[in-house]
Write a protein that binds this ligand. Structure first.
Ligand SMILES: *Cc1c(COP(=O)(O)O)cnc(C)c1O
Length: 368
């Protein structure tokens, strides 16, 4: 039987979200973040579609993620966000982000030995506390700018909390970033692109759009926080199949720890999916699934390769059979299970649900 999660990736929904973002940032360049295999959606197919939609750049976390994109024939410029020692910058035609002078010097040597003019971006830590040069440290940036065969094409920084009600810290980050640009201008260093805005800032902070934006999660159809009303379509739908259907008597315990006891004579569907597939153990007795367009609840603990759902009410109304499709994420009929709904139940965020399902799923790409 077919086991595990099948992820249907709707490329038209992706294009729709990309268009929505373009409208929000009117004219700014879009650097689409496709790290972690495009948040689990498959970076090659996502990258191809975004390139043909005209995206300015793709952004990966590490240079190794760029290779499959190049091998698939994607020509669009690729930024490598985090790699301290990116490989094959010349052959992969990468735009590395550097976080310190040492990496920049190493890249300058590589570029010099290949007689290559390397464009790079410099990361500034305006308050994220992760990577980057501090805004006060203008000298380091000036030293990078004077390295042979190097051009500082961009400066970037990253928000730590652009998705909250209180945007005062985000506003401080913007001011620090802008102040730094004017200090650099005074020393004759004029990077073409300043970019700072993640998805949250694309929506909440127009003043952070600057020259380019770096959306991730909204491309895949989810707002970075609850209640946001921009027009997005979820790109991933995740399904599994019914492995077997079993009749159990009232009082029967289901799964490890007997945390679910049938209250009545019941029909239990065994699903061919477990926490090894990224279906979190915290969904035990908590997550809903859709069968025949109706919602029902997981019964008992999620196992490694299997879990159970109580389908007594659904079976009373419709014929269900082994092998039937079960939706664990996305739409079926009028019902919809969002990544945010699942994230809430697992104590995490939609990002982790998408990457954890997507990274293990077999994928099917849909387009009109
Ligand atoms: C992941 C990431 C983004 C995109 O973040 P979203 O919240 O998904 O929009 C942008 N910039 C950097 C540096 C990132 O690491």
């Amino acid at each position: 039987m077919k086991r595990g999660i099948t992820a249907e990736i709707d490329l038209d929904a992706l294009s729709h979200n990309y268009k929505t973002i373009n409208e929000l940032v009117s004219g700014r360049l879009v650097f689409a973040v496709v790290k972690a295999d495009a948040y689990g959606h498959g970076a090659v197919e996502i990258g191809k579609r975004l390139s043909s939609d005209g995206v300015s750049r793709l952004a990966v976390a590490f240079s190794s993620e760029a290779r499959p994109l190049r091998e698939a024939g994607i020509k669009c410029p690729i930024i490598s966000l985090f790699d301290p020692d990116p490989e094959d910058v010349v052959s992969l035609d990468l735009i590395p982000v550097v976080h310190n002078f040492k990496s920049a010097a190493r890249l300058s040597k590589i570029a010099e030995s290949s007689s290559y003019q390397l464009s790079l971006h410099v990361k500034i830590d305006t308050g994220m506390g992760r990577l980057g040069i501090y805004p006060e440290d203008i000298d380091t940036i000036a030293s990078i700018a004077s390295l042979p065969n190097i051009k500082i094409e961009g400066l970037m920084s990253h928000f730590s909390e652009a998705d909250l009600g209180d945007l005062s810290f985000a506003a401080d980050q913007i001011s620090r970033f802008r102040a730094m640009r004017s200090h650099l201008h005074k020393r004759g260093i004029m990077p073409e692109y300043l970019h700072l805005a993640n998805s949250a800032a694309v929506i909440n902070l127009p003043e952070a759009h600057l020259d380019a934006v770096r959306p991730g999660i909204i491309l895949y159809g989810y707002p970075p926080q609850h209640g946001s009303s921009i027009d997005l379509k979820p790109v991933m739908k995740a399904t599994v199949t019914i492995h077997s259907l079993r009749k159990v008597k009232a009082g029967a315990p289901i799964s490890y720890g007997r945390t679910f006891i049938a209250k009545r004579d019941s029909i239990i569907a065994v699903l061919g999916i477990g926490y090894a597939d990224g279906y979190c153990r915290s969904f035990s007795n908590a997550a809903d699934v859709l069968i025949s367009g109706k919602r029902t609840r997981i019964a008992g603990r999620i196992c490694m390769d299997l879990c159970m759902a109580d389908v007594t009410d659904i079976a009373a109304e419709t014929d269900i059979s082994e092998g039937d499709e079960v939706v664990i994420l996305g739409r079926q009929g009028d019902e919809f299970i969002s990544a945010d709904e699942l994230a809430l139940k697992a104590g995490t965020i939609s990002y982790e649900i998408l990457t954890s399902f997507g990274s293990r799923a077999g994928k099917i790409y849909k387009h009109s």
